[in-house]
Design a protein around this ligand. Structure first.
Ligand SMILES: Nc1ncnc2c1ncn2[C@@H]1O[C@H](COP(=O)(O)OP(=O)(O)O)[C@@H](O)[C@H]1O
Ligand SMILES: [Mg+2]
Length: 340
């Protein structure tokens, strides 16, 4: 399906006020009374996400918003719900047990119903910001994303152009193009990087939002969530995106930089043990630099950096972009966070 086809649903956003009736209408529960409790799930900027308790288990209903909840004007086609459904189906067989199970796909309302993670599981981002970077989790994530990259995705292949259009709408425009506008002197390498991401050879299933915020972890497992930017594209994006988040945490918590770097190494080691020939170190550093800059000066800046930390992140991102070597060799060890 073309991502820019007319959006079919003009009804109310599905949320706590109507989710019980919605699930009954979809036949997911027998009657609205089977919904025992529900609550909005915060954290995301791009969807209405509702947690639902039923007698037979916990569910999540997710419906993308057209206007993303960021300060800048940023709209995106809501048909990304269908890409998320297609990618979750691939993941269920490529990396079983590491994503929510799809319960219902509503192509009219563009909403998904899926199983909910155990209630004690938390976003990996919370642990990272608290200073704990578990190399075992990082390693598992390297394996999971490598296996996903190696999986075929016929449903997404059928609409490669639509997937790339969504990727441009949700990543290239708000990240690479926005940074190029903020730093015109960097526009050349940024736009080259964007071109590589959208014209690379050997396209594979790319998650598109593979960040610690979209990983839920518990003592007995982890799930990767939020596949709405999934497309057939260049695998380097997911790897660089995860690394950029670990770099940003190191800028924020220089005292913990060595452990974030160790996590990055475990992540990369696991990835390369599954896909040994896929990543050129220099390209990885360059793309990581773009994404570090994007989360400072793009349309959706990370919320946890202070102004001096943002300056430090700009220095790191610029170094990776303009003089790329191996990301682990350019890691921001004890980066100063105050301007001289
Ligand atoms: N299946 C799920 N089980 C438990 N929590 C979930 C599930 N799906 C989403 N969430 C929670 O809701 C948040 C937002 O969902 P997400 O799919 O990431 O949407 P967005 O596109 O808005 O970021 C997640 O960060 C997570 O905390
Ligand atoms: Mg999310």
């Amino acid at each position: 399906m073309d991502a820019r086809e007319a959006e079919p649903w003009a009804g109310p956003v599905i949320g706590v006020s109507n989710v019980a009736r919605y699930l009954a209408a979809r036949g997911v529960v027998a009657s609205p009374d089977d919904v025992l409790a529900c609550a909005p799930l915060g954290g995301g900027v791009s969807s209405s996400v509702t947690l639902v308790e039923t007698a037979s288990g916990r569910l999540v209903v997710k419906q993308p918003l057209e206007h993303l909840r960021v300060a800048a004007d940023w709209r995106a086609s809501r048909t990304r719900a269908l890409a998320e459904a297609a990618a979750l189906e691939v993941a269920a067989s490529a990396v079983p047990g590491t994503t929510p199970a799809l319960v219902d796909v509503d192509e009219h309302a563009l909403a998904l119903t899926m199983t909910a993670a155990p209630s004690r599981w938390r976003p990996w981002k919370e642990r990272l910001l608290a200073g704990s970077a578990d190399a075992g989790i990082a390693s598992r994530l390297g394996e999971v994303i490598a296996r996903l990259h190696a999986a075929g995705a016929p449903a997404l292949a059928a609409d490669r152009a639509g997937g790339l259009a969504r990727f441009v709408e949700l990543r290239i425009d708000p990240y690479h193009d926005a940074v190029a506008r903020a730093h015109p002197e960097l526009a050349g390498p940024l736009l080259d990087a964007a071109h590589e991401l959208t014209h690379g050879p050997d396209p594979c299933l790319v998650h598109g939002d593979f960040s610690p915020k979209n990983v839920l972890v518990g003592h007995d497992g982890l799930w990767v969530l939020d596949f709405e930017v999934a497309h057939l594209g260049n695998a380097i994006f997911d790897v660089a995106f995860m690394l950029s988040h670990l770099v940003l945490k190191s800028v924020h918590r220089p005292d913990r930089a060595p452990s974030y770097r160790d996590a990055a190494r475990s992540f990369l080691d696991a990835y390369t043990s599954f896909r040994p020939r896929e990543l050129a170190q220099r390209d990885l550093a360059l793309h990581t630099g773009c994404l570090v800059l994007a989360r400072v000066d793009g349309k959706s800046p990370v919320e946890y950096l202070s102004p001096p930390e943002r300056d430090a992140a700009r220095r790191v991102g610029r170094g990776l972009l303009l003089a790329p070597r191996a990301v682990l060799d350019q890691w921001p060890h004890g980066q100063r966070t105050t301007s001289p």
